[in-house]
Design a protein around this ligand. Structure first.
Ligand SMILES: [Zn+2]
Length: 208
């Protein structure tokens, strides 16, 4: 991740900011410099207290957060006590936390219903979203969630319409294909169970 510093800052107290931080925007253009976060840490620059961590992401990305909410794509609620960001969409709920290396990782709520109150979302059981590697990009995680929803909508209609251009998309396609086959098998099992309960002689036609 790139961070912003002021070249005008006294050598012993250089502070680095996320792009979008109000203090970053106060740095004059001619003094502004973008460097990698790793480099800033190596040089022992101080992280700005205002835009650091998850709380800082909420501040630095306030405009995007408002946009995602307005467009009905995702709603983000930050819990300062747990230092956790809860993200809800029409189809699911997620939570983002920060690990000890300053990277964000994602959990997905196991059971979600629309109009679930936030208290229930906070108390729910989650699983780690294993295909999202810890990242220092908060926005990348939100875009993953939004794309996940889009894919879910397509799958409800027909999984064969899912994109298959990238390696990851191909992997998801295969997963969806397996899920669809399993669903089909379950339907057949259910159908046989139903038929057998009405007419026991149907058992001879059962394949399993
Ligand atoms: Zn800052």
């Amino acid at each position: 991740m790139q961070v912003i510093i002021s070249m005008n800052a006294p050598k012993h107290r250089v502070v680095y900011h996320k792009a979008g931080c109000i203090y970053e925007r106060r740095i004059k253009c001619e003094n502004r410099m973008s460097i990698s976060k790793e480099e800033a840490e190596k040089k022992r620059y101080c992280e700005c207290k205002y835009c650091a961590g998850l709380r800082g992401e909420m501040r630095a990305h306030a405009a995007e957060i408002r946009y995602w909410k307005k467009k009905g794509m995702a709603e983000i609620c930050y819990d300062g006590n747990a230092d956790t960001a809860y993200v809800t969409t029409k189809l699911g709920a997620w939570k983002i936390m920060e690990n000890r290396f300053g990277k964000y990782y994602l959990h997905h709520l196991n059971h979600f219903t629309e109009d679930m109150p936030i208290s229930q979302i906070k108390d729910g059981e989650y699983h780690r979203q294993a295909d999202v590697k810890p990242t220092d990009s908060f926005c990348k995680i939100i875009h993953y969630i939004i794309d996940h929803d889009k894919a879910k909508v397509i799958m409800k209609d027909d999984f064969r319409k899912l994109p298959q251009s990238t390696k990851k998309q191909k992997k998801y396609y295969k997963q969806a294909e397996r899920k669809a086959a399993l669903k089909q098998r379950r339907r057949i099992d259910h159908l046989f169970a139903l038929l057998e309960s009405e007419a026991p002689e149907m058992k001879q036609f059962s394949i399993c």
